[in-house]
Design a protein around this ligand. Structure first.
Ligand code: C2E
Ligand code: SIN
Ligand code: SIN
Ligand code: FE
Ligand code: FE
Length: 389
């Protein structure tokens, strides 16, 4: 790329990033754009959490091609120390860029080594690697962007050029601004939910993060199958990730005696509980943005049933918003899988049987179908956001 083209590319990317509000959706896009700008086969983003680097997002074209269409790669959650002995740790602790032509030939004089464990397990071969810090100018490091195996026009693996390294370093600094904003938005949403719903110092937002992340996966499956175009899917994923977190925000108005009752609710108590839907929807009454609209719709419709027996308004079938139909399945899956003040956790096979049984009754059969097709990734999300005990 010439200088002018590179500049235009950075401008295009930075305006695109600033449109993405959710941190997980943003990191996925950052990785996709970074890889495509230098034609890299794979990549990983580590985010800094306390003293550790957390393996946060990963992509790999070669491994992806081995999967059936529509399937996603699953990665284990893990963290590494921020020290000079791993490649990402070195970058995070020194702020340097590492451009390694061949990870199999790292000099003994370097403090860091390449960990071949992932390659072995995945039957993959990492050769060239470029790792840059995620930070804005001189501010603290918030993570590491690591891209793997540059390819020439014929698909042969080559080293990253010095130009690539400069470009990606600049790119990472651009992405970091949007990342800071998105992290702040997530933290604000969690704080709001914390105040609204639970009034319980033990609650860490795990339930809302799970329901929201499940909803995004179910939506993507459903939408791809429906032939919804990619741009609309991406934009909806971003809004849905945040709006689904707020599905129960109307519980702010429900008294603790009902909300925390360690037993079955009476009929009157349940009538009060049902108002969390309309109360939640009313919080977004001004509908200033598409986000407000989706958040309001989800709060209002996540307890409606496919056959018209839900609450509060009892629409049927496709008269219920698709986002409501999706959050309904995600919410019940999570409610049944976990312990609540009023119930024990169910065994997974019982949860799945219940969801299948409710297909076409309580739930949209197409959404249930998308849920089962996403089950592996849904299980990995539930590991990512465990309940604190
Ligand atoms: P939630 O705990 O998030 O549960 C969401 C939905 O999961 C429920 O919506 C219901 O459709 C499903 N669900 C949860 N537990 C069970 C179960 O044991 N069996 C079956 N078949 N489905 C279950 P629903 O019923 O409209 O309840 C909405 C909210 O009302 C619940 O949110 C919870 O906060 C509260 N709630 C419902 N029943 C009780 C209860 O008996 N005691 C207490 N303390 N709260 C309740
Ligand atoms: C919930 O899961 O919705 C409430 C209980 C909790 O998350 O600790
Ligand atoms: C999501 O939050 O968008 C899905 C789960 C993840 O990638 O963290
Ligand atoms: Fe609810
Ligand atoms: Fe819920």
């Amino acid at each position: 790329m010439n200088e002018n083209k590179k500049l235009k590319e950075i401008l295009r990317i930075s305006s695109e990033f600033s449109n993405i509000k959710d941190i997980d959706i943003l990191l996925e896009r950052v990785l996709t754009e970074a890889r495509s700008s230098v034609n890299a086969d794979a990549g990983t983003i580590y985010t800094k959490e306390g003293d550790l680097l957390h393996f946060s997002h990963a992509q790999n074209d070669t491994l992806q091609k081995r999967l059936p269409k529509g399937e996603k790669l699953l990665y284990r959650n893990f963290s590494i120390l921020i020290d000079e002995y791993s490649i990402a740790g070195y970058v995070a602790s020194t702020g340097e860029t590492l451009n390694i032509p061949d990870v199999g030939k790292i000099s003994n004089e370097c403090p860091y080594t390449f960990d071949p464990e992932f390659d072995k397990k995945a039957d993959y071969k990492t050769v060239s690697m470029l790792a840059v810090p995620l930070r804005f100018e001189t501010e603290d490091i918030i993570g590491v962007l690591q891209i793997i195996n540059a390819r020439d026009g014929k698909g042969n693996i080559i080293p990253f050029s010095e130009d690539d390294a400069l470009f990606i370093r600049h790119f990472a600094s651009t992405a970091s601004i949007a990342m800071k904003n998105a992290k702040m938005t997530r933290a604000l949403l969690l704080r709001m939910i914390h105040m609204a719903e639970l009034r319980d110092p033990k609650e860490t937002g795990a339930h809302v993060n799970r329901v929201a992340a499940y909803s995004v996966e179910i939506y993507e499956r459903w939408a791809v199958e429906k032939g919804v175009d990619r741009e609309e899917i991406d934009s909806n994923r971003d809004l849905l990730r945040m709006a689904a977190m707020l599905h129960d925000v109307g519980k702010i108005a429900i008294s603790d005696t009902i909300l925390k009752k360690p037993a079955k609710l009476t009929e009157e108590e349940f009538e009060v509980m049902k108002t969390h839907t309309t109360l939640g929807a009313d919080l977004f009454i001004d509908k200033q943005s598409r986000f407000d609209e989706i958040a309001s719709t989800i709060a209002l419709s996540h307890h409606e049933n496919w056959n018209g027996t839900g609450y509060p308004l009892h629409p049927k079938e496709k008269d219920i918003s698709i986002f409501g139909r999706i959050v309904a399945v995600a919410d019940v899956y999570d409610a049944l899988s976990c312990k609540r003040v009023y119930k024990e956790a169910w065994k997974e096979e019982d949860v799945l049987a219940e969801i299948r049984k409710m297909s076409g009754v309580k739930f949209d059969p197409e959404v249930v179908d998308a849920f089962f097709k996403s089950l592996d990734i849904i299980r990995s999300i539930s590991e990512k956001y465990p309940d604190k005990t």
